[in-house]
Design a protein around this ligand. Structure first.
Ligand SMILES: *Cc1c(COP(=O)(O)O)cnc(C)c1O
Length: 465
């Protein structure tokens, strides 16, 4: 017994049972339930015991002190980590911030099927089992003119599924310059390996000619693939055949041509002053037999992978066992169909948040930035650039205006912004914080300003002009 005092103090700790009898504990039980509260109280007692046995401070917390520790632990355990944020970065499809915010109609559609039963796989006409695939297929056929369509969990799954179903143990011919990594470790060569396809890379890093494909197709192949370079550009001494020529060559060798468009847009980005991102309709028109794209990039919908193309090929894709493993959930399906309807009704620019952001003119953005500066009584308005992001239109920007705040410590200011509720994500340039109204939803303006004012009150947030 080196330290009898410590032993005495630990013996004075109340038991779990004693703590549970208190009023504060009753409140915790009401809020968090009994089992979780019990675990938190045990954990609080353990922490105090460990602290003391390590030779720490021997003044023990009283009952209220112990329950305060338990309360903190309970808050920590139950605090949600998936939280809304205000995206003032100017990156429209910010992969880390959840890519595309959904339209009001998409939200309503999700809510409608979320809280009750639905016709997900039920045919009302016959009263028999239906297919979840029909809900989006009709809309996609009408929008793109494709013979068939299939939706899965995301585009990575779409590519894996298509390759597994159509090219397992077969050669897949693809340009070396298209063996891309999309992000999050999604690499086309790895996906090919996983699907059981045999990668046949043709051409060089910067140049590939139709004759390279023809040479490779002299031996039997499963398919010819094109992957869109979504997140980088190759410029300079480059060459690549048009999709039309590529598909034509594939067909001469009686091999289907698969186009992984990545973003896949239904609207022409050139209309908004950006370069032209290949559209889904163009891929089909050029002769691609199967086209894959994301639901939550330039389509502006929920996370999904969309596969459209020839009916016979899609029938094989649909039958593959992986199709079940990567199927789309009903909430995404509801949001996706509502998003597709916006295109069909020619209201995408008005109703789909990312297109509304893209279509906002620099003058409109400037007016909002000026209104923010007026409210804050701080900051300058600067010309800047918004980016589309999310693996689409690499290097492409939209002219914008930002509110610039020159602060004492950029890092500390960003941190304060992240601690706000909701947190604000901003961009920096040197000593300046840049806030781009283009990606801030209009209904978030009030919360953004409150957050900014709070950050400016802190010592590190002192604005210097
Ligand atoms: C983004 C992208 C993918 C992956 O799509 P997710 O929907 O994010 O899974 C695949 N291929 C290309 C070319 C892409 O740009």
């Amino acid at each position: 017994m080196k330290n009898p005092h410590k032993m005495t103090s630990l013996r004075n700790l109340p038991s779990v049972e004693q703590l549970l009898q208190t009023r504060s504990a009753a409140e915790l039980v009401a809020r968090y339930g009994r089992p979780l509260t019990l675990s938190a109280i045990r954990s609080a007692l353990d922490r105090v015991r460990k602290h003391v046995s390590k030779g720490g401070d021997t003044t023990l917390p009283d009952r209220d002190g112990l329950l305060a520790i338990a309360d903190e632990t309970l808050q920590e355990w139950t605090h949600p980590t998936l939280l809304p944020v205000i995206n003032a970065s100017g990156v429209i499809l910010h992969t880390n911030l959840g890519r595309a915010p959904l339209s009001a109609a998409a939200l309503t559609a999700m809510e409608t099927v979320a809280h009750c039963y639905s016709t997900l796989e039920f045919d009302l006409a016959t009263g028999k089992r239906g297919s979840r695939l029909v809900h989006a297929e009709g809309l996609l056929q009408r929008l793109t003119g494709a013979e068939a369509a299939l939706v899965v969990n995301n585009n990575a799954a779409a590519v894996l599924l298509v390759l597994s179903a159509l090219a397992n143990r077969k050669r897949v011919v693809i340009a070396r310059s298209q063996l891309v990594e999309i992000g999050g470790g999604f690499r086309i060569p790895d996906v090919m390996k996983q699907s059981g396809a045999k990668l046949v890379e043709v051409g060089t890093t910067n140049k590939v000619r139709i004759s390279d494909y023809e040479d490779a197709l002299a031996e039997p192949a499963g398919l010819v693939m094109r992957a869109h370079r979504s997140n980088f550009q190759i410029i300079g001494f480059t060459e690549e055949p048009e999709l039309k020529e590529l598909a034509g060559t594939a067909h001469r060798f009686q091999v289907p041509c698969v186009d992984d468009l990545g973003s896949g847009t239904l609207l022409d980005t050139a209309k908004f002053g950006m370069s032209h991102e290949p559209t889904i309709q163009e891929s089909l028109a050029a002769g691609a037999d199967v086209v894959c794209f994301s639901g939550d990039k330039l389509l502006g919908g929920p996370q999904a992978g969309i596969i459209i193309g020839k009916a016979d090929l899609l029938a094989r894709v649909r039958k593959h066992p992986l199709a079940r493993a990567v199927r789309l959930d009903k909430l995404c399906l509801a949001a996706l169909t509502a998003t597709l309807l916006h295109y069909l009704k020619d209201e995408a620019e008005r109703e789909i948040p990312i297109w509304r952001m893209i279509a906002t003119t620099p003058e409109q953005v400037k007016a909002r930035a000026e209104a923010w500066a007026l409210e804050l009584g701080q900051g300058n308005i600067l010309e800047s650039e918004s980016t589309v992001g999310g693996g689409s239109l690499p290097g492409e920007t939209l002219p914008t205006f930002v509110l610039a705040l020159t602060v004492k410590s950029v890092e500390k200011f960003l941190e304060s912004l992240r601690q706000g509720q909701p947190p604000v994500i901003a961009r920096t340039e040197g000593e300046r914080i840049l806030l781009d109204p283009r990606t801030v939803l209009p209904e978030q303006d009030g919360a953004l300003l409150v957050n900014l004012m709070n950050a400016m009150k802190k010592p590190a947030g002192r604005v210097r002009g």
